[in-house]
Design a protein around this ligand. Structure first.
Ligand code: CP
Ligand code: NVA
Length: 301
């Protein structure tokens, strides 16, 4: 494993390896056992979109591993003034040991990997969010003890989260059910791959998707970069909401997950959110542990 560009690039064994190391790092942190695996290493973090969790968990993660992180906003970098990404990465490769980038186009992340000579980590694109799903898988395993025989349901936009959940869920052997409006389905190639490699259902019927689910996941109706579509999306997605009726058809012990930030009263009700807050905030915490595991796998030589 040289980069983390998308989960599809990883084998199931590599994902299990990350999850196992993440569990170990979480245990060590809880028991005040230091783990300076990345002493002296430097991570650049390029942000072309907002972030709370990704930014703070990567920065704290690098500090806890004995290294350091630089926050690089595109408002300050020359990228914002048009310097090509392939030039930027050839320069940054001379200074840094790794790059985490949050941006719009997946091809920009792939270009960094092509032209740079250091590991590249995808911190979210319009296409996928692999770091989030590693934390989600870690959380599902914590609560359910494994993945075998589980049904993972996602309700909402067939966006970056849905794409990565399908890949991660299928690679871990779960059944995946997506409920989304017809014109907002997940990536067609990902769906094709998933149907050939496991059990995937894509439907506009929320109740059918949630039926018997072990984990119910949702995300915002309008993602970053889709602000101008907000009003239209509010109409289309009305009803794509994780509420008590949805939870009543899921398994009685089903967990609820949300990548956050959440819009209560849109994709999830206040009541469902707060009654599953423990899982949702464990999931947010697990971003730290899962990403530290990724950093160790990629940056430690
Ligand atoms: N879930 C997630 O990636 O959160 P941020 O946008 O706050 O980083
Ligand atoms: N789909 C959301 C996820 C945020 C973590 C977005 O891209 O804005």
């Amino acid at each position: 494993m040289k980069h983390l560009l998308k989960l599809a690039d990883l084998t199931s064994e590599e994902i299990f390896g990350i999850l196992n190391l993440a569990d170990q790092l979480k245990y060590e942190r809880e028991h005040n056992i230091e783990h300076p695996h990345l002493k002296g290493k430097k991570l650049g973090m390029i942000f072309q979109k907002s972030s709370t969790r990704t930014r703070v968990s990567f920065e704290v993660g690098m500090t806890e591993l004995g290294g350091s992180a630089l926050f690089l906003s595109d408002r300050d970098l020359q990228i914002g003034r048009g310097e090509p990404i392939k030039d930027t990465i050839r320069v940054l490769s001379r200074y840094l040991d790794g790059i985490m980038i949050r941006t719009f186009a997946q091809k920009d992340v792939e270009e960094l990997a092509e032209y740079g000579s250091i590991p590249i980590i995808n911190g979210l694109t319009d296409y996928c969010h692999p770091c989030q799903v590693l934390a989600d898988l870690m959380t599902i395993r914590e609560y359910k003890g494994g993945f075998k025989g589980l049904k993972l349901c996602f309700i909402g936009d067939g966006n970056n989260m849905a794409n990565s959940l399908i890949v991660g869920g299928i690679k871990m052997g779960m059944e995946v059910a997506i409920a989304c409006p017809d014109n907002y389905r997940p990536d067609a190639e990902i769906c094709k791959w998933a149907s050939e490699n496991g059990k995937l259902t894509v439907t506009s019927d929320i109740m059918a998707a949630a039926q018997g689910a072990d984990a119910v996941y949702t995300d915002v109706w309008a993602s970053m970069g889709q602000e101008s579509e907000k009003a239209e999306r509010e109409k289309v997605f009305r009803g794509y909401c994780v509420d008590n009726k949805v939870m009543a058809v899921a398994k009685p012990d089903a967990i609820v997950l949300h990548c956050l930030p959440a819009h209560r009263g849109e994709e999830i009700t206040e009541e469902v959110f707060e009654s599953h807050a423990k899982e949702i905030f464990d999931e947010a915490e697990n971003r730290l542990h899962a990403q530290k595991a990724v950093l160790v796998k990629l940056l430690k030589h």
